[in-house]
Design a protein around this ligand. Structure first.
Ligand code: ATP
Ligand code: MG
Length: 618
C-alpha cells in the first residue's frame, strides 16, 4: 500500500496538513464537491444567526463558506481510529475547499451520553490538529454545536409533519409494531392508528410531550409507505417517550427525537452542504431526502437541502472499531482503560506515541472509497515511522541488560573509576530536514563497566555471528573498539558478566578510530551514568487479523503477550525526556515517554510505539 502512494509529498515535512493541494489524491467526494463548486450549487444558500433561530433560514447573507461538512459523534464513548478517518475527511475537505466543518454532538439520546465523553471528543479532535473555528470577514466563528439545542425546532418540525398528514401517533405495542413491519420478502401491515385525523394526532402528540403517557406507550411515526421495499421507509418512528435526564436539557423533555429524524434536521439547520457518513446509512438516505422535501414544503428549511454521501468505514487488521466492544475491554479489565496504549482509541494511540501528523498522513493515504475493505495495520505503523524518522531523537537503551567489564581499563586509562565523555548526533545527518540546524549532540560516559544486550554475547558463536564472542573485536557504538575475552557464569550457568579488553586510541570520531577493524558495532549504556527505566513492550492486542469477523467472540482472540514489561537501562539524554517525547532507541524501534507515568516519583517509563521495520507480515 505505502509503495504506490506519493510518500515523498510528506517527507521532510512535519505538518502534512499544511501541504499544498497538488499532493491530494482525488476521490469521489472531492469530485462531487468540485462539481458543486463549479456549478454554484450552494451559492444561493443563506446563512445568518444561530442554527435553530426562527430567523436563521429566512434572513442572512449568502454563505461565503461555500461548503459545509460536519463531524457528528454521539457522546457515548471515546473516539477511535475509525472516527479519526471521518474527522480527517470532514475537516480536511472543508479546509481544502475553503469551507467550514462543524463539530456537532449528536446528543439526542439521553440515556448513554455523558459530559466526560463530550470533553474527551473535543480534546481528541483538537489534538488531531483540526479545529471547528473559522475566519469570516475578520471575525472568528466557533462552529461547535449540540443537536440537543435544536429540540424546540425538531418538535416544531414534528408538528408540521402531523399537520400536513405526514406523521401519526401509533399506540401499538412494540411487539405489534415489529410484527407489522414485515420483512424483506413481506410487506408491512398498516397500524390501526394510521388513519387517525390530524387533529387527533396533534392532540395525542402534545399529550406525549406533556407527560400524559407512560414511557413506551406511543411513538410518533412518519407516514410514508408500509409496503416499501426499503424497510426504513415503512413508517419509521421519529419520536419516543423516555423519561431520562439529558446531559444538556435536563428534565425539560420526556420525548426525544429518533436519530433518523434528528440527524437530517441538524444538517439542514446548520446549512450543511455535504453530509458525509459511513455506508451503513445508505438505506437511510431515502428517508433523509423524504424528510428534506417535507421540511422544504413546510417552509422550515433552506434550499437546496443538504445531501448525504456515504463512504466505506475504516476496518483495520488486528483492531476493533466498535465503541461497545472497546467499552467491554475496559469494563472487563482486559486493558487498563480507554487510554491503554494497546487501545485503538485516539487517547490510546496518543499514549502509545502516535503523532497527529502520522494519523493525518494515514487518513490521507488510505483514501476514501465506496466499497468495504481492510487496511493492514502496518500501513498505520508505516505512517508513524515516516513521521518520526526526522523528528525522534536517537538514543541508546539496553532492554535485556548484562554487564560488560573492560578488564584492562585501569591499565589503559590509569584508574578503574576513569570516565570519558562520548558524543553522538541526536539525529543522523540524513535525517536532519533540509535547511534545518541539526539538534545538539548527545553526551554520555564510557567507563570500566557498561550494560550491553544479553543477546550480544555468545560463548560459542553460531555461524555468521559477528558480535561478542571470545577473540572477536567489536565497537561499542560511539565509544571504543574492544576485544572479547570471555565471561563469568553463576551456578545455574547463566552469564553474569561478559569480559573484554578496551583497545586504546580507537575511539569513534578520533583519528585512530579506523586503526582496528571491528566486525560489528553494538549498543550499550554506561553503568556510571545509565538510568534504570521501566520499558513497556507493547504488541498487537489481538492475535487474529479480524478478531470479530464471522460472529467470533473477539475476546477469544486476545493476544496473551500484548504487554511485556522489562527493566532496562537508558542513556542520560533519554532519562531526561519529557512525557510524550518520542525517541528512536537505536536498533530497537520508536519509544515514547509515557504521558501518564513518566516522571511520577522520579520513575522513567517508556512505551514501545513500534519496531524499526514492519514485523506484521511475519
Ligand atoms: P461505533 O460503531 O464505534 O459505536 P458510531 O458510528 O456509533 O461508532 P458515532 O459517534 O455515531 O459512532 O460516529 C461519529 C462519526 O464517525 C459517524 O459519522 C460515523 O460514520 C463515523 N465513524 C464511526 N466509525 C467509523 C469507522 N470505523 N470508519 C470511518 N468512520 C467511522
Ligand atoms: Mg453510530
Amino acid at each position: 500500500m505505502s509503495s504506490n502512494t506519493p510518500a515523498t509529498a510528506h517527507k521532510n515535512n512535519t505538518a502534512p496538513a499544511a501541504e499544498g493541494e497538488e499532493h491530494k489524491v482525488s476521490n469521489f467526494l472531492r469530485q462531487i464537491i468540485e462539481k458543486d463548486l463549479e456549478q454554484g450549487t450552494h451559492a444561493q444558500r443563506r446563512w445568518g444567526g444561530t442554527p435553530g433561530d426562527a430567523a436563521h433560514h429566512t434572513a442572512g447573507q449568502p454563505d461565503p463558506a461555500k461548503i459545509r461538512t460536519r463531524f457528528p459523534p454521539e457522546p457515548n464513548g471515546y473516539l477511535h481510529v475509525g472516527h479519526a478517518k471521518s474527522i480527517c475527511l470532514n475537516f480536511g475537505l472543508a479546509r481544502d475547499y475553503g469551507g467550514v466543518c462543524h463539530m456537532r454532538f449528536d446528543d439526542t439520546n439521553p440515556e448513554k451520553e455523558e459530559q466526560e465523553y463530550v470533553d474527551s471528543i473535543l480534546d481528541a479532535v483538537q489534538w488531531l490538529g483540526l479545529g471547528w473555528q473559522s475566519q469570516c470577514g475578520g471575525k472568528t466563528e466557533d462552529h461547535l454545536y449540540y443537536a440537543s439545542n435544536y429540540f424546540d425546532f425538531m418538535y416544531r418540525a414534528a408538528e408540521v409533519l402531523i399537520e400536513a398528514g405526514h406523521a401519526y401517533v401509533d399506540e401499538q405495542t412494540p411487539e405489534q409494531m415489529r410484527a407489522n413491519r414485515g420483512d424483506f420478502g413481506k410487506p408491512g401491515i398498516d397500524s390501526p392508528f394510521r388513519s387517525r385525523t390530524q387533529a387527533d394526532n396533534l392532540a395525542r402528540f402534545r399529550e406525549m410531550r406533556d407527560g400524559k403517557l407512560p414511557d413506551g406507550a406511543a411513538v410518533l411515526r412518519a407516514k410514508i409507505d408500509m409496503a416499501s421495499p426499503n424497510i426504513n421507509m415503512r413508517d419509521p418512528a421519529i419520536y419516543r417517550i423516555r423519561r431520562a435526564t439529558h446531559h444538556n436539557t435536563g428534565d425539560a423533555w420526556c420525548i426525544y427525537p429518533m436519530y433518523t429524524f434528528a440527524h437530517p434536521i441538524e444538517d439542514a439547520l446548520e446549512n450543511i452542504t455535504h453530509s458525509i457518513c459511513t455506508l451503513e446509512f445508505e438505506d437511510q438516505r431515502p428517508f433523509y431526502d423524504w424528510l428534506m422535501d417535507r421540511l422544504a414544503e413546510g417552509g422550515l428549511i433552506n434550499t437546496p437541502p443538504p445531501r448525504q454521501y456515504e463512504f466505506a468505514r475504516l476496518n483495520l487488521t488486528y483492531v476493533i472499531t466498535s465503541k461497545r466492544k472497546l467499552a467491554q475491554l475496559v469494563n472487563e479489565g482486559k486493558v487498563s482503560g480507554w487510554d491503554d496504549p494497546r487501545m485503538p482509541t485516539i487517547v490510546g494511540l496518543r499514549r502509545r506515541g502516535y503523532t497527529p501528523e502520522s494519523i493525518q498522513l494515514f487518513a490521507e493515504r488510505i483514501g476514501v472509497t465506496k466499497s468495504d475493505s481492510w487496511i493492514d495495520y502496518s500501513t498505520l505503523e508505516g505512517c508513524l515511522r515516516e513521521d518520526l524518522e526526522n523528528k525522534a531523537h536517537r538514543g541508546m537503551a539496553v532492554l535485556d541488560p548484562v554487564k560488560l567489564v573492560l578488564t584492562n581499563w585501569a591499565e589503559a586509562f590509569g584508574s578503574d573509576s576513569y570516565l570519558e565523555a562520548c558524543t553522538q548526533p541526536a539525529l543522523p545527518h540524513r535525517a536532519v530536514p533540509e535547511g534545518q540546524t541539526p539538534p545538539a549532540d548527545r553526551t554520555f560516559q564510557i567507563g570500566k563497566e557498561v550494560w550491553i544486550e544479553r543477546e550480544d554475547f555468545e560463548e560459542v558463536p553460531p555461524k555468521g555471528y559477528k558480535r561478542l564472542f571470545p577473540g572477536n573485536v567489536v565497537r561499542l557504538k560511539g565509544g571504543y573498539v574492544i576485544e572479547c575475552t570471555g565471561c563469568a557464569r553463576d551456578a545455574a550457568g547463566k552469564v553474569t558478566e561478559v569480559h573484554a579488553k578496551v583497545i586504546p586510541g580507537t575511539k569513534s570520531g578520533t583519528p585512530g578510530a579506523d586503526s582496528v577493524k571491528a566486525k560489528a558495532a553494538i549498543t550499550w549504556v554506561g553503568v556510571a551514568d545509565g538510568v534504570q527505566a521501566e520499558v513497556r513492550l507493547y504488541d498487537r492486542l489481538f492475535s487474529e487479523a479480524q478478531p470479530d469477523a464471522g460472529g467470533k467472540n473477539f475476546l477469544d482472540a486476545l493476544n496473551p503477550d500484548s504487554l511485556k514489561v522489562v527493566t532496562a537501562y537508558v542513556e542520560p539524554s533519554l532519562a531526561a525526556a519529557k512525557p510524550d517525547q518520542k525517541f528512536q532507541f537505536e536498533r530497537h524501534g520508536y519509544f515514547v515517554a509515557d504521558r501518564a507515568d513518566h516522571g511520577v516519583d522520579g520513575k522513567v517509563v517508556f512505551n514501545r510505539v513500534t519496531g524499526l521495520k514492519d514485523s506484521w507480515g511475519k
